[in-house]
Design a protein around this ligand. Structure first.
Ligand code: PLP
Ligand code: COI
Length: 351
């Protein structure tokens, strides 16, 4: 297995995205179209210093996981949705459209080649990172005419330190992540680059992740740097799961959508509506907001225990994971790991 200078997985667990499997799938695109996917050994790429991705940032990516199931099959969680989102991201960045079948075939080829490296320890899976970059060597500012699509595999454990039951988040009140008409709903590299300075501020304030507010009013919760956001309210008519509505400033998360379905299965009321930062703060203080969590492929369901802003801090519930966060996480993981029936037909066997 290829690894950077990291502690031995046997000793420390894999962590997230630190070790890689032995192969890559690659596919090139020129104006003639896509070539066939190729599986090759994991290794450095050869790229011109003039490759357009290095200058103008045409780069998009996805994240999905492969799970070893008790029946011996390896299954992917809703990979067609990643394939379709990859097409949306490509369109936004003027990159070529990769057919859904080619995306799925490339992912399956890699998982099959590195089957023996899919971790089977609890809480672990093979995180898959498809990406596309502009490789044409020219400094002209126009969409590139050559691209490379790659899939890498990373045996991974929890995204956050498993020892900590709930994360602390920092609210970015001045710097938004995305703005209307921008690229917030595309999974392009630039969105993450633009969030790095705030992520550093968050770390300086002892927080694990950033919660971004809307760009227009700096009032409404949007999402985290790499996760969607949910609150559980204790309303007079019962517990309600609330999340900001989808727009062009929020990534349309596959975990988000799946949790809305699972919540309805569990009889939870669900609301997709704007949530002001003041509602989050006041509700946490008066107890009407009982829980909050972040969700995503890497994060699964990660409870939020504390919220920090430049002026204040508030604690959600007693600062530890709440019952609905725990229940939704357990339900989702049971389907993903194959210990509960796949009642919505979400899992897809690797051929
Ligand atoms: N929001 C952002 C900005 C992300 O990068 C991700 C991760 O992919 C998510 C939300 C969660 O999306 P998903 O559940 O599809 O992984
Ligand atoms: C994912 O959850 O797959 C992500 O892409 C989020 C983050 C690791 C960038």
């Amino acid at each position: 297995m290829s690894t950077t200078a990291n502690p031995s997985p046997a000793v420390s667990g894999f962590g997230f995205g630190r070790v890689f499997t032995d192969h890559l799938t690659t596919m090139s695109w020129t104006r003639g179209g896509w070539e066939r996917p190729q599986v090759r050994p994991f290794g450095n790429l050869s790229l011109s210093p003039a490759a357009m991705v290095l200058h103008y940032g045409q780069a998009i990516f996805e994240g999905l996981k492969a799970y070893p199931h008790p029946d011996g099959e390896i299954r992917l969680f809703r990979p067609e949705l990643n394939a379709r989102r990859f097409q949306l991201s490509a369109e936004r960045m003027a990159m070529p459209r990769l057919p859904v079948d080619a995306f799925l075939e490339s992912v399956s080829l890699l998982v099959s080649a590195d089957r023996a490296q899919v971790p089977d320890r609890p809480g672990h899976s093979l995180y898959l990172r498809p990406l596309m970059i502009a490789t044409e060597a020219t400094l002209g500012t126009r969409p590139a005419e050559e691209y490379l699509f790659l899939v890498l595999g990373s045996p991974s454990g929890p995204y956050f330190d498993a020892a900590s039951p709930a994360i602390t988040v920092w609210v970015s009140q001045d710097l938004p992540r995305a703005h209307p008409g921008g690229t917030g709903n595309a999974k392009c590299a630039g969105n993450y680059a633009a969030g790095m300075a705030v992520q550093r501020t968050a770390a300086d304030h002892g927080a694990d992740q950033v919660v971004f507010l809307d760009a227009r009013e700096h009032r409404y919760l949007e999402e985290l740097g790499g996760m969607n956001l949910f609150l559980v309210r204790e309303d007079p008519h019962g517990p309600t799961l609330v999340t900001p509505p989808l727009s062009d400033t929020i990534l349309h998360g596959i975990t988000r959508s799946s949790l809305l379905t699972l919540a309805a299965d569990l009889g939870l009321r669900v609301e997709e509506r704007p949530i002001a930062l003041t509602e989050w703060r006041d509700g946490s203080r008066d107890g009407s907001v009982a829980e909050s969590f972040a969700c995503g492929t890497a994060a699964v369901v990660t409870p939020i225990g504390r919220v920090r802003t430049a002026e204040e801090e508030f604690v959600i519930g007693d600062g530890t994971p709440g019952q609905w966060s725990t229940r939704l996480r357990t339900e989702l993981l049971a389907i993903q790991e194959g210990t509960a029936p796949d009642r919505h037909g979400w899992m897809r066997a690797v051929s």
